[in-house]
Design a protein around this ligand. Structure first.
Ligand code: SF4
Length: 300
């Protein structure tokens, strides 16, 4: 079995390794400001799932410089994607969005703009703006779907229905934008088959890429409370890697796999603690995949 990694896709497209620079546009989220909900998704921390973004300082160029400085030893002369990661990055006044997105796309070594958002925060003006920017450099829109199962969506307090995701994918693709869907594996109450069903659904939904990550329990979230009460089973690394194989098996071969695991954010991570040991996680994935004949490479 083959899978098409982001690394490989970027090398083919831009001729070199490409790093994502996580940025904070200083926005909030309708699932936190009271529009849809006040406590956010159950797993979301007070940085709005932007654990690796430079702290919002209102100055995007400065954030880009700081983020580059962190990886430049590994990426000398390389290229970057400006990734607005924290909170909901289309949830702001249009002129502000245009200003920060254009500023982020400006440097020559930024080869694409990536905007993480909710499918219910994509009005026609926002889509027009993203489509316009897409004529300058590629624009990716990252949608946090997490699951297709209504009971899990209710548990995590996602705040929109699956139909909204389907609609968003359709209008984004009609606008010729690239779409990446985020899925969380290991949500409480979901079987392995249900998790693979979500991944299969995403694979057939017309998007270009998928980001898979295991549910992390972070300090300060409502999920942490449930975890302390024993309501959140935590997967072992070996089980997670086997689950990844099941998921990759149901995806189209040309689907770009942006991530196989979330980075453990050590400061607030409560469980599973093994996700904080990136080296061990990558080694186990590589060894298990090699043993089971799962390799990187497009079948196209
Ligand atoms: S939509 Fe994103 S930013 Fe908003 S509460 Fe959920 S995870 Fe957090």
């Amino acid at each position: 079995m083959h899978y098409y990694s982001l690394n490989q896709a970027m090398k083919e497209r831009f001729g070199c390794k490409v790093y994502k620079l996580a940025l904070d546009g200083g926005m909030t989220c309708p699932n936190r400001d009271g529009t849809i909900g006040e406590r956010g998704c159950i797993f979301c921390s007070d940085v709005g799932s932007g654990e690796f973004a430079s702290p919002a300082c209102g100055n995007i160029s400065r954030q880009i410089a700081q983020a580059k400085a962190r990886v430049e030893k590994k990426n000398k002369g390389g290229k970057y994607v400006a990734y607005f990661q924290s909170f909901t990055n289309t949830y702001g006044p249009l002129p502000y969005l245009e200003r920060i997105f254009r500023e982020a796309m400006e440097p020559e070594d930024i080869v694409a703009l990536s905007v993480a958002t909710r499918p219910d925060c994509l009005g026609p003006e926002v889509i027009d703006l993203l489509a316009q920017l897409n004529t300058c450099k590629p624009v990716w829109v990252e949608l946090g779907l997490q699951t297709i199962h209504p009971a899990s969506a209710r548990y995590i307090r996602r705040g929109y229905d699956l139909e909204v995701y389907d609609w968003a994918v359709r209008v984004l693709k009609e606008a010729d934008l690239e779409v990446i869907t985020h899925v969380i594996l290991g949500l409480p109450g979901e079987s392995r088959e249900q998790m693979a069903e979500t991944v299969r659904y995403v694979g057939q939904s017309g998007v270009d890429g998928i980001k898979l990550q295991l549910l992390h329990v972070l300090e300060g979230t409502d999920l942490a409370q449930d975890w302390r009460e024993g309501k959140v089973p935590v997967m072992e690394l070996e089980d997670y890697v086997r689950l990844l194989e099941d998921c990759l098996a149901v995806l189209p071969p040309d689907m770009v796999i942006h991530r196989l695991t979330g980075d453990g954010y050590k400061r607030d991570l409560l469980a599973p603690l093994w996700t904080g040991d990136k080296k061990r996680v990558l080694n186990t994935i590589n060894q298990t995949f090699a043993r089971d004949g799962v390799c990187q490479g497009s079948q196209l």
